[in-house]
Every structure is written in C-alpha cells, then in structure tokens.
Design a protein. Structure first.
Length: 368
C-alpha cells in the first residue's frame, strides 16, 4: 500500500473514533428533533448522610508522672499496661537522705521547743521583777523580744520539718488517678529530678476516651444557623460512630461533649471533643480514627447530583414543563454523600426534572 492510501485509512479511523465518542456523550435525538433525557418525578423521603472527620484518641485523663524530688529510683512498682488505682505506688526513689533530713528537722523542732520553754520562763520572771520595780522596762522588753525570736525560730523549724516530711513522702511516687500505666523509660538505678523534663511514665484514665477532631468554620456556622446557640447545637447532635485505624467500626456509640469557642488562626478550624465508653479497653490513648456524624433529613427532596449544574455557589436544575427544559435555581443542604443532594428550596413534590446530564441541557430544549 502506498503512502497516500495509508493516510486515507488513518484519517478514516480517527473520524470513526470521534463519531463514536460523540454518540456516547450526547443525548439521543428523537424523531421530532428533541433530545431524549432521563427524567424523574420529585418525591420526598427520609435520607441520612454521614460526614467523616479524622480524629485523635486520648484518655479522659492522661497524667504525665514527674518526680517531685531528686534521687535514684530504687524500685519500679508497676509494669507497662498495668491497671492501677488512685494512690497506688508507681516508683520508690532513694529515701535515705530524706529520712536523715527529716530526723534533723525533727530534732531542730525539739530544740526550738526547749528554747521556747526557757524563754517563756525568763519572760514570766522578768514581768514579776518589773512589777516589783527590780528591773527596768528596757530589760523587760529585751526578755520579751528574746521570747518572740524563739517563737519565730520554732515556727521556722516546724516548717522545715513539714517540708522534710513532704519530701520523704514524694520519694514514693503515686498514681494521681485510676488508669493504665504507659511506657516505663526509667529503670531502677536511674537518677531523676524535677528539672529533667522527661516523665517517669503516663497514667491514662481510659474508662472513657476523649476523641478530638476539627470542624471548619463554615460547618459550625451551618450548625448554628440550623439549631441556634452552641448549647442547642450540642443538645441536637446525634450519637456518633468511630471508625478505627484498621477500618473496623467501634461497637459503641459516643456523643459530642464540647465544641471550642475559639477558631484556630493557623488552620481556620474549631476543635470538637466526643466521648466514647471504653469498658472493654479496646481504645488506646494516642491512637487515630475517624468520627462519623450522621445527618438525618426527614421528608426531604433528594435528587442526583448529576441533575444539577453548579454556577459559583448556586445550583441549577432543569424542570420539564410542557415537554421543554426550564431552568430553576435550587438550594441544597450543606451535607451530602457525593452522589445526591437534599434540596431545601426550589422544587416541589410531583414536579418532573431532568435526572442526568443536566450540564448538556439548554434552556427551552424539547425534552419529550
């Protein structure tokens, strides 16, 4: 075959391809010159849409356990993942220097008490001598000042004793709440101090878990427009579901407990907190998941998204009136499932609309 023949054959194949594509994209033509479009009758029904939000799971109370005194860890009393009760011992820090400090402080208190007793006797005696005009007023005042000084010394010694008692008590590091012990990076023999910054461990109260996620400003505005005040929004929020990181659904429902009143300047979002029961201990602090919030529309008009044409922030739907396409503006609910819209204004039950290919429709075109 010569070159001209190959060229003619290639052009023919291209033409056929274009013709077939146009046949697939364009609506079929009726004998009368009108286009054939898929239509539907507008009806009402109940519809539920689910909105998903990436979330972070935290214990209701995650306490970083920090030492309050310096010393060497003598004993680690718990294991990682162990359930503990409020007040249960977690670590023992070397108590020897703190017991010695307490003994010294207690001895100082006893000495101060003895000094106070002596100063009190001297003052009482001086008062009698002054009454008998044996000593001068200056001598009486000197004795009284000595008594006051000794009293102050006793108060100081008692404060030091109390501080020593507290320090000794701090050598026994206890759990501040019921919960589960986290990682134990500090072992026996490790030197620790309040200024080291690193936690000895974490105790997480996981009977209930906080699940944090974010809403956009527009999503919050839609909720407040629909329900009113923030308190009313919280009351109206339905139970929420939690999808775990492995894709499985958590078997218990949670509820929205709080919505932050401040928008994060960096992200433009608002922090929301849901609470989920965790009796089985399946949820762990630090894990990730997805919160699913359902939105239920009662007696709603639901149409395919393919039946709409979006122009900026507005949507156009083509009604079929006297066999011809007539455009109309509609309002839709802010939540959808990616395939359908809930129409809040612009359509009435019983009306007929073009259900598919609205983007190819022209005003007044003969539909049927």
């Amino acid at each position: 075959m010569n070159k001209s023949g190959k060229w003619v054959r290639l052009m023919g194949l291209v033409g056929c391809t274009v013709w077939m594509a146009s046949c697939q994209e364009a609506p079929s033509q009726q004998a009368g010159g009108g286009a054939s479009y898929e239509t539907m009758k507008v009806v009402t029904s109940d519809k539920e849409f689910t909105t998903s939000y990436s979330a972070t799971i935290r214990g209701r109370y995650d306490a970083n356990i920090l030492p309050q005194v310096s010393g060497t860890i003598q004993r680690v009393m718990v294991k990682e993942g162990q359930k503990v009760s409020k007040g249960q011992s977690l670590f023992i820090i070397d108590q020897v220097p703190y017991r010695a400090a307490l003994n010294t402080a207690s001895a100082n208190v006893q000495a101060a008490k003895a000094g106070l007793a002596t100063a009190q006797l001297s003052y009482d005696s001086a008062k009698e001598l002054y009454a008998q005009k044996v000593i001068s007023e200056h001598q009486l005042k000197t004795t009284e000042n000595t008594l006051l000084t000794v009293k102050a010394q006793l108060a100081q010694a008692e404060a030091q004793e109390m501080n020593a008692k507290n320090n000794l008590a701090y050598t026994e590091v206890k759990s501040p709440s019921d919960g589960v012990v986290g990682a134990l990076p500090m072992r026996e023999g490790t030197l620790v101090s309040p200024s080291m910054g690193a936690a000895l461990t974490t105790v997480s109260d996981n009977k209930e878990m906080y699940v944090y996620f974010s809403m956009t400003e527009n999503q919050l505005l839609n909720l407040t427009r629909e329900h009113g005040t923030m308190e009313e929004v919280l009351k109206s929020m339905p139970p929420v579901q939690l999808k775990l990181n492995d894709g499985s659904m958590y078997d218990q429902l949670g509820h929205i407990e709080s919505i932050s009143g401040v928008i994060d300047r960096r992200t433009g979002t608002i922090s929301v907190r849901a609470v989920f029961p965790n009796g089985g201990g399946i949820l762990h602090s630090g894990a990730n998941g997805t919160v699913l919030i359902p939105t239920v529309h009662k007696d709603a008009i639901v149409i395919p998204q393919a039946a709409t044409v979006q122009q900026q922030d507005k949507y156009i739907v083509y009604k079929v009136v006297d066999g011809k396409a007539k455009s109309t503006l509609v309002s839709v609910a802010p939540t959808n499932n990616g395939k359908e819209f809930v129409v809040t204004d612009g359509l009435q039950p019983g009306e007929e609309i073009i259900a598919k290919g609205a983007g190819l429709v022209r005003e007044g075109i003969q539909v049927k």
